[in-house]
Design a protein around this ligand. Structure first.
Ligand code: FAD
Length: 166
């Protein structure tokens, strides 16, 4: 009989914690994520304000798990679950799809940003939950500073409003 197969969807704090916690278990783990890296979300604002480069907060799963023999990584978008057949459907980067079988399934796919009924605010106050969003925000901030240097009225480029936070 083969080893017990654990499939973990999502390699954030939740999913990665499960994978690492099973390091010494006699199981076969597959970590599936749509990105190839873990993301240390609490430091996203440091990237957005150009204090840290992206690589510092987004280590590759393969690097993190390189010494964990019972874990492998699959890059792909999970699109569904068949809990009767115990299979996860995954869209792979090459455009094909794959079914991954499991004995135990862990879904740790995180959450999405919410404007609490005010989705129209997203246009003026973009969210910051992914690396791409933080990098886009960084470009916007740096461009504002550069524009201010050459502007007749720099102040209009140097006013930033932060909504929410704790
Ligand atoms: C800017 C910011 C600052 C924060 N600061 C703090 C703080 O100071 N202290 C604190 O305790 N918390 C903080 N948090 C919250 C904390 O970071 C999150 O609660 C935590 O990262 C959530 O972890 P998670 O594993 O549940 O989800 P995530 O980290 O979101 O991980 C989910 C993973 O699932 C993957 N995924 C999702 N859907 C799919 C799919 N369909 N197919 C394949 N992969 C998929 C994603 O790519 C991702 O890697 C902060 C969050 C943000 C955004």
């Amino acid at each position: 009989m083969g080893k017990h197969r654990v499939v973990v969807v999502g390699g954030g704090f939740g999913g990665l914690g499960v994978v690492r916690g099973l390091k010494r278990a006699d199981v076969e783990i597959t970590l599936i994520d749509r990105t190839n890296h873990h993301l240390f979300q609490p430091l996203l604002y440091q990237v957005a304000t150009a204090l840290l480069p992206t690589g510092d907060i987004a280590p590759a799963f393969r690097a993190i798990l390189r010494k964990q023999r019972n874990a492998k990584v699959l890059l792909g978008e999970v699109t569904g679950f068949d809990t009767q057949a115990r299979k996860v459907s995954v869209d792979l980067p090459d455009g094909t799809s794959k079914q991954v079988s499991y004995d135990t399934l862990v879904v740790a796919a995180g959450s999405r940003d919410s404007y609490f009924g005010h989705d129209d605010w997203a246009g003026v106050a973009p969210p910051m939950k992914t690396l791409e969003q933080a990098v886009a925000l960084r470009s916007k901030l740096l461009r504002a500073f550069e524009t201010a240097v050459a502007a007749d009225d720099p102040k209009q480029w140097l006013s930033f409003a932060v909504v929410a936070g704790r």
